[in-house]
Design a protein. Structure first.
Length: 112
């Protein structure tokens, strides 16, 4: 697991050639907070599934799971950190404790 996290943090070549965008469904509350700028951190459970899914992705495209007609929003992945302990709200609006991945996002600015 640490090798995968280390690969993420160093920009290692995990899942090379799989594209730069990661699509992820999230709860409406999490979607709204991220889109409105109320938060910039995205929490997922720390496991091999998410470490592999993140791979060398540069962007994450969020899809509102509860209201699929809301537009998809693209964010740039600023950093991925492994966290432990305290209660955190994950991508589905549920609270988890223990190891988690803290993904810092920046809303993509449209260029002219």
């Amino acid at each position: 697991m640490e090798d995968l996290i280390g690969g993420l943090l160093s920009g290692g070549g995990l899942l090379v050639g799989m594209g730069v965008n990661l699509r992820q469904s999230v709860s409406d509350a999490v979607y709204s907070d991220l889109v409105d700028g109320g938060r910039s951190v995205f929490i997922v459970q720390s496991n091999d599934y998410y470490a592999k899914k993140l791979g060398d992705k540069k962007y994450i495209v969020l899809v509102n799971e509860e209201f699929p007609k809301k537009p998809e929003v693209r964010f740039r992945i600023e950093a991925v950190e492994e966290g432990h302990g305290s209660v955190q709200e994950d991508i589905y609006g549920q609270f988890l404790t223990g190891p988690h991945l803290k993904i810092t996002l920046q809303k993509r600015q449209k260029t002219k």
